[in-house]
Ligand binder design. Structure first.
Ligand code: FE2
Length: 478
């Protein structure tokens, strides 16, 4: 079926990517539009994000509510093929059958009148990130269990209990993989009479082999954490979720969150070995979705970076993305924290880059260790920030304290940059990003030399149809 461009409106160009549900496509050889695929690029890029924000003419309530769809682009011997599939969650299948929204979610209420909404479960949208295990791909979402998919076909196998039968599992969307041991760490918040922070350690197959439960002071939201040397680090934002309106079906999660700066941000440091608390202390209030990376320095202190916001307006902005027009300004910038983990003290807290950015990420082999480059998605200069989503990618050099950005025209929108080490030259790296062209309504995969982000990409590949800007991806090398 031919894919037609939507009618362009006065809405920003990025909104065209979300105007209609993205169509799936089967394994397709990708056309090289410019340049050459580096011979040392061998493996698969996986990316996750909401592919459907509308059903039967009704929009979702928040960008986070869209149904997850996975893009896989496999590179081998100088060629590339792509496949794009929705995660066949129970909720997605039920709603597809009747072609209307049935469930509530992060930013929307379930369908039906108030009596029908009481206690109704939310839909696991499986739309946030991916974890590539040796024998399957996990599509992750922070409110429930992951879904397992076939690594090649992206067919959904089903929900995955990670080797456990008894634990009501919430397995968040930002697991950390130790690049040396292959151990995987993650967390999940369980809601009950008491709010608990579950910590998990898995072996390289994904099987959970250690689990601890730790009391949280309130029902709140935690999106990401750090694996740093022998520690796991959390920064709990000063947000309180009011559960009653959610349970009564009167308000969504997003609507029930209250920004309470007087609570401060709480830093929790856990021992990675036994998953027990080392220190807990309060500092000034801020919010972060994402950390970049962290390491333990020679003094035993934790040094880490994150994209920090002064408040929670970023949630409002991301909710507005689903409408196709944003109006709330929310500027996150790159900061560095230095934490004394044993005495529970924040030693320093400084801004590294004053430019609005998101999706900080590092080379996979440097996670939890000393590193030099943090890659980011960055707002273009000269744009009205409240109306625009991130429009370029950049690399922050921690050694020289400089930010290098790619030059992307006004109508182009990249996604989180993924670093890949060259198969033949381990000192060389490539940056992969999926770029949406809002003028021509098409998506491409761009490959940059990681040392030359300010030059033209070494290769551009055409995708068969639009893959909307999503959240997180990963690389699985051959
Ligand atoms: Fe995230």
């Amino acid at each position: 079926m031919p894919i037609t461009s939507p009618q362009l409106t006065t809405k920003p160009l990025w909104s065209n990517a979300f105007a209609h549900p993205a169509p799936e496509f089967p394994h397709t050889q990708l056309k090289i539009l410019a340049g050459v695929i580096p011979p040392g690029l061998s493996g698969t890029l996986y990316r996750n994000g909401p592919g459907r924000l509308e059903r039967a003419g009704k929009r979702v309530g928040h960008w986070f509510d869209g149904d997850g769809a996975i893009l896989a682009v496999t590179f081998a011997e100088g060629a590339a093929s792509g496949v794009y599939r929705y995660v066949q969650t129970e909720g997605y299948q039920a709603e597809s059958k009747v072609d209307r929204w049935l469930y509530g979610n992060y930013g929307m209420l379930p369908s039906g009148n108030i009596w029908e909404r009481w206690g109704k479960s939310v839909k696991n949208v499986a739309n946030t990130s991916v974890l590539a295990l040796p024998d399957r791909l996990l599509a992750l979402w922070e409110g429930g269990m992951p879904h397992a998919l076939d690594l090649d076909s992206l067919e959904t196998i089903g929900t995955d209990n990670l080797g456990l039968d008894s634990i009501p599992l919430v397995y968040s969307a930002h697991p950390k993989v130790d690049p040396i041991s292959g151990q995987i760490y993650n967390f999940g918040i369980s809601i009950g009479a008491k709010t608990k922070l579950n910590l998990y350690e898995s072996d390289r197959s994904g099987k959970i082999i250690k689990h601890s439960q730790n009391k949280l002071p309130r029902l709140t939201t935690i999106h990401d954490f750090l694996m740093v040397g022998k520690y796991l680090v959390f920064c709990i934002p000063p947000i309180e979720i009011q559960p009653i309106p959610i349970l009564l079906g009167l308000a969504s999660y997003s609507e029930s969150m209250r920004w309470k700066p007087e609570l401060g941000t709480q830093i929790l440091v856990f021992d990675r070995e036994n998953l027990s608390l080392v220190s807990s202390f309060n500092v000034e209030p801020w919010f972060q979705w994402h950390f970049g990376n962290g390491y333990v320095d020679t003094d035993g202190n934790i040094v880490c970076d994150l994209v920090r916001y002064p408040d929670f307006d970023t949630n409002q902005f991301l909710g507005e993305v689903a409408t196709g027009a944003t109006q709330t300004e929310a500027i996150g910038t790159l900061w560095q924290l230095v934490i004394d983990p044993t005495h529970g003290k924040l030693i320093s807290n400084e801004q590294l880059v004053d430019r609005s950015c998101e999706f900080p990420i590092v080379q996979q082999s440097q996670v939890g260790q000393s590193w030099r480059y943090t890659y980011l998605a960055v707002h273009k200069l000269g744009t009205i920030l409240r109306q625009e989503i991130v429009g370029t990618i950049g690399r922050f050099d921690r050694q020289n304290q400089t930010l290098t950005t790619a030059e992307l025209d006004r109508h182009l929108y990249p996604t989180e940059p993924i670093h890949v080490v060259d198969k033949f030259d381990r000192d060389r790296g490539w940056i992969l990003t999926v770029v949406y062209d809002g003028e021509n309504h098409q998506s491409e995969v761009w490959i940059y030399d990681s040392d030359r982000l300010d030059e033209t990409p070494v290769c551009r590949l055409g995708l068969p149809s639009v893959v909307p800007m999503g959240f997180h991806g990963t690389w699985k090398g051959n």
